[in-house]
Design a protein around this ligand. Structure first.
Ligand code: DP6
Length: 307
C-alpha cells in the first residue's frame, strides 16, 4: 500500500508577516524573512483510505479539518488518511501551523504525484497558513508581497535558536484573527508596514554583507515594532507576558557582558534567541541560573520534504 512521509521544520520570522492585503489569496501586506529550525518539526504520513485527519494522535477538530480540506481540494481526490505530529508543543506561538501546512502540501504533492512547482506549492500552502510557505525553502526565506518566494543562502555558520517556553498553553487569540484586528484598528498600522519594508531592505543587506550583529539588531527591532502595533489595536493585543519581558531584558544585559544573541517574539509569550553555536553552553548556563522556564534548542536550516 502506498505511504508517503513528509517532514517540515518550523520557521521563525526575523522580519514579520502581520496582515493580509488579499485574504482570499493570502497575500501579505509586507515582505517577511525567516529561518527554519532543523530540530523542531512536523511529520505527516499519508496513506490510502477514506479521508481522515489526525493531529497529534487525536481526530482534528472541525476548523483544523476544514483548513486541511481547503488545501486537499487542489489534488486529484480525497482518498487519503493523514496523520500529523509535532515534536514540540502545539499552538504555543511556535508556528506549528506553518510546519504543519508545509508538510501537508509537500506530502500531498508526492502522494498524488501532482508535480506542482515550488511557487505553486507556496500558493497552495499559504491558504492553509500564510507563513507556512517560508518552510518550503532552506536558507533565509523571503516571502514577497506579490506572493513570490525567494531564498538567500545562509552565509552564517553554526547559528542556533533557543526557544524559551514561557507558556505551553494554546494562545488566547489566533494570529489570523489578531492580525485582522490590528489592520482594522491600529492607527500606527500604515507606519508599521512602511518601517517593516525598510527593515526588510536593511536585513537583506546585512545578510549579503554577512553582518550578524546588524542582522540581530534589525530582527530585534522588527519584533519590538510588531508587538507595539499589536498593542496599538483596539482591543489591545498583548502576547508578551511579564516573564517574556524579563527574558528580553536578560538577553540585552547578557550582550553587555559580551554574549552575542538577539531576540524575537511571535503571537505568543515565548521568546526566541538567535545565537552562535560556540556560545551555546554560556547561554544555557545563563538561562538556567536566571529563569525557571524550560527551553528548546535547535540548529538552523532545512526545508519541507517528502519521501
Ligand atoms: C506572528 O501564518 O499563522 O508568526 O496566514 O492567518 O495562518 P495565517 O497566519 P500565520 O501568522 C504568523 C504570524 C507571525 C509572524 C510570522 O511568522 O511572520
Amino acid at each position: 500500500m502506498k505511504k508517503v512521509i513528509a517532514r517540515s521544520p518550523v520557521n521563525i520570522a526575523l522580519i514579520k508577516y502581520w496582515g493580509k492585503a488579499n485574504e482570499l489569496l493570502v497575500l501579505p501586506t509586507t515582505t517577511s524573512v525567516s529561518l527554519t529550525l532543523t530540530d523542531l518539526w512536523t511529520e505527516t504520513t499519508f496513506e490510502e483510505g477514506s479521508f481522515s485527519f489526525e493531529l497529534n494522535h487525536k481526530a482534528a477538530d472541525e476548523q483544523e479539518t476544514k483548513r486541511v480540506k481547503d488545501v486537499l481540494k487542489h489534488f486529484r481526490d480525497d482518498q487519503v488518511v493523514i496523520k500529523s505530529n509535532n515534536n514540540f508543543p502545539t499552538a504555543s506561538g511556535l508556528a506549528s501551523s506553518a510546519s504543519g501546512f508545509a508538510a501537508l502540501t509537500v506530502g500531498l504533492n508526492k502522494f498524488y504525484d501532482a508535480n506542482y512547482t515550488l511557487q505553486e506549492l507556496a500558493t497552495l500552502t499559504r491558504v492553509g497558513s500564510g507563513s507556512s510557505c517560508r518552510s518550503l525553502v532552506d536558507g533565509f526565506a523571503i516571502w514577497h508581497r506579490n506572493g513570490t518566494l525567494e531564498s538567500i543562502a545562509n552565509p552564517f555558520q553554526n547559528l542556533m535558536m533557543i526557544v524559551v517556553l514561557i507558556s505551553e498553553d494554546k494562545k488566547a487569540i489566533s494570529s489570523r484573527e489578531a492580525m485582522k484586528i490590528t489592520m482594522k484598528t491600529a492607527p500606527t498600522y500604515a507606519t508599521w508596514t512602511q518601517t517593516s519594508e525598510q527593515d526588510f531592505q536593511q536585513i537583506r543587506t546585512a545578510i549579503i554583507d554577512k553582518q550578524f550583529d546588524r542582522l540581530g539588531q534589525i530582527m530585534e527591532m522588527n519584533s519590538e515594532r510588531l508587538h507595539q502595533v499589536m498593542k496599538d489595536s483596539t482591543p489591545s493585543i498583548v502576547y508578551q507576558q511579564q516573564s517574556s519581558l524579563d527574558v528580553l531584558k536578560l538577553v540585552k544585559h547578557a550582550r553587555q557582558q559580551g554574549l552575542v544573541g538577539y531576540t524575537t517574539m511571535d503571537a505568543g509569550p515565548n521568546v526566541k534567541i538567535l545565537i552562535h553555536q560556540d556560545q551555546l553552553a554560556d547561554w544555557q548556563q545563563l538561562l538556567k541560573t536566571n529563569i525557571q522556564y524550560r527551553f528548546l534548542v535547535s540548529r538552523i536550516g532545512g526545508k519541507a520534504d517528502a519521501q
